[in-house]
Structures are given as C-alpha cells and as structure tokens.
Design a protein around this ligand. Structure first.
Ligand code: CAA
Length: 258
C-alpha cells in the first residue's frame, strides 16, 4: 500500500478506512492531506474488493477545517490557480458510498468534508460549524449550499454569518447526521454501517447513491425519470435475478457485482 504522511489507510473486510492524521493541527486539511485523501479514496473507489469507505479523524477532531496557515498569505490568483477546494467536490463524486465518522470538531472544510460524504455517524462529542466568518471569509467547499439544503435557510444563515456550532444532538435533530453514539463506539459503528452497505448488491448501491445525490440538482420530474431509468437498468444485472430468486427460495443472495 502507498506510504502517506498525513493519513492512515486500512481495510476492514470490504470497507476502506482513511484516518486523517495531523493530530497536532486538529487534522487541518492541508493541500497535501487532501491530495493524499483523494489518492486513497479514488484507489478504493476503483478496487473491486472494496464496497464502501469510511473517513475518520480522531476523538478530539474529525477536522478543524482547511489549513489556515497554508492559505494565510495566498493571493486571489494563487487561490484560483491552486483550485484548493476541488478536492472536496471530487470526494462528493466518488461512486461508492462514503461514511464520515465524526468525533469532536468538524469545522469549516471539516464540516464540508463530512457533508460531501453520503452518511455521517457522529460521536456524542461531535461539533459541526462553519466558523470562516471569524477569519474574514465564508465557507468555500460547499458549506453555504449543503448546509442550507440540509438544515434550511435560517439555521444555515446563523452558522455561516455568526459562526454558530451545532452539537451532535442538534445535528441529529436537524438531519445533518444519521446517528449519534458514545465516543468509544463511533468508529466501530461507522465501520459496521459501511460493512452492511458494502455487502449489498454493488451496482444497485452505486445507482442508488447517484440517484439520491442527483435529487439535489434536478427538478422532481427529472429526478423521477432518472430513478425510473436506473430501476429498469438494474433488471439487466445478474444480481437483480439473484436477489429476486433468493427471496423466492428464502435464502441469502450471493452478489457478483454484475
Ligand atoms: N488550520 C491550521 N491549523 C489549525 C486549524 C486550522 N483550520 N485549526 C487548528 N489548528 C491548529 C492550531 O493552530 C494549533 O496549532 P499550534 O499548537 O501549532 O498553535 C492546534 O491546531 C490546536 O489548536 P488550538 O490551540 O486552537 O486548539 P483549541 O482547543 O484552543 O481550539 C478550535 C480549537 C476552536 C477548533 C480552534 O483551533 C479553531 O478555531 N480552529 C480554526 C477553525 C476554523 O476557523 N476553521 C475554518 C478554516 S477555513 C476553511 O475551512 C475554508 C473552507 O471552507 C474550505
């Protein structure tokens, strides 16, 4: 496996795990870390032995955001040329499901990275926020758009304009996370959820993910048409035949990913 400096990479059965590993900087997302993260995730995305991925930090911080020190002296042109936030958008485009396992701070680009994932498992200590206003900017990797779609306008405004944090329970109440668990279990819980999804019919999982994500970008009529097309498409897979046959024979299906 490739040697990385700022992340740790493991596989647990059919789940690929990437742990952000700059504890001294609360896992601030430096350009190098984001490059390494993309390299590891895109590798998992192409690996048939992997069915789902988990991104985690440590107990104190999922990530405190983009690395402020790495961009403190940047000019507009340098920021444009670096395309700093492209890496976040690429994570959202991965084909396989990605779960964020969040404990402690998920701030700025850290909150945006969690929201670029497909599901979020939070520990009771998780805190979500977009504090960029305190350093004279606004979120730049999806915060104003994804938070607003999930939380609605008024709470998103409070977070973006006034740096309000959400506790794990508030995040659960507003649908930002899937579940909240004690801190000692959050990673195990995320890995378990990922393992369950990784064991499902791979092509159906891929199209299901794509259809849900596309709902943010389409009218209802367009989204329904896309969903119908994907549903019919799955009738061309061997796994569809196997799934329905296994149901009728009252046994567990054996997926082939075809
Ligand atoms: N970038 C670079 N370094 C960071 C960092 C960040 N985003 N967040 C924390 N660190 C570093 C600190 O500088 C400190 O390093 P030193 O020990 O070398 O001084 C170390 O991590 C520990 O942090 P603190 O001493 O500040 O820890 P704390 O417990 O007192 O405070 C905190 C924790 C409230 C999270 C605070 O660190 C903080 O406010 N961090 C910045 C959060 C932030 O503004 N994030 C948004 C970044 S911009 C962005 O993300 C843009 C985008 O949309 C892509």
């Amino acid at each position: 496996m490739t040697e990385y400096k700022d992340i740790l990479v493991e596989t647990h059965g059919r789940v690929g795990l990437v742990r952000l590993n700059r504890p001294g900087a609360l896992n601030a997302l430096s350009p190098q870390l984001m490059e390494e993260l993309w390299d590891a995730l895109s590798g998992f995305d192409q690996d048939e032995a992997v069915g789902a991925m988990v991104i985690a930090g440590n107990e104190r911080a999922f990530s405190a955001g983009a690395d402020i020190k790495a961009m403190a002296d940047a000019t507009l042109v340098e920021m444009l040329n670096r395309s700093l936030t492209d890496a976040w958008h690429r994570v959202a485009q991965l084909r396989k499901p990605v779960i964020a396992a969040v404990s402690g701070y998920a701030l700025g680009g850290g909150c945006e990275l969690a929201m670029a994932c497909d599901l979020i498992v939070a520990s009771e200590t998780a805190q979500f926020g977009q504090p960029e206003i305190q350093i004279g900017v606004i979120p730049g990797a999806g915060g104003t758009q994804r938070l607003t779609r999930i939380l609605g306008k008024h709470l998103a405004m409070e977070m973006v304009l006034n740096g309000r944090f959400l506790s794990a329970q508030e995040a659960l109440q507003h649908g930002l996370v899937n579940r909240v668990v004690p801190v000692e279990h959050y990673l195990e819980e995320a890995l378990q959820l990922a393992a369950q999804i990784a064991d499902r019919a791979p092509v159906a999982v891929r199209l299901g993910k794509e259809a849900v994500n596309k709902s943010y970008e389409m009218t209802l009529a367009e989204g329904l048409a896309l969903e119908q097309k994907y549903f019919y498409m799955l009738f061309a897979t061997e796994d569809r035949q196997e799934g329905m046959q296994a149901f009728i024979e009252k046994r567990k299906p054996r997926w082939k990913g075809r």
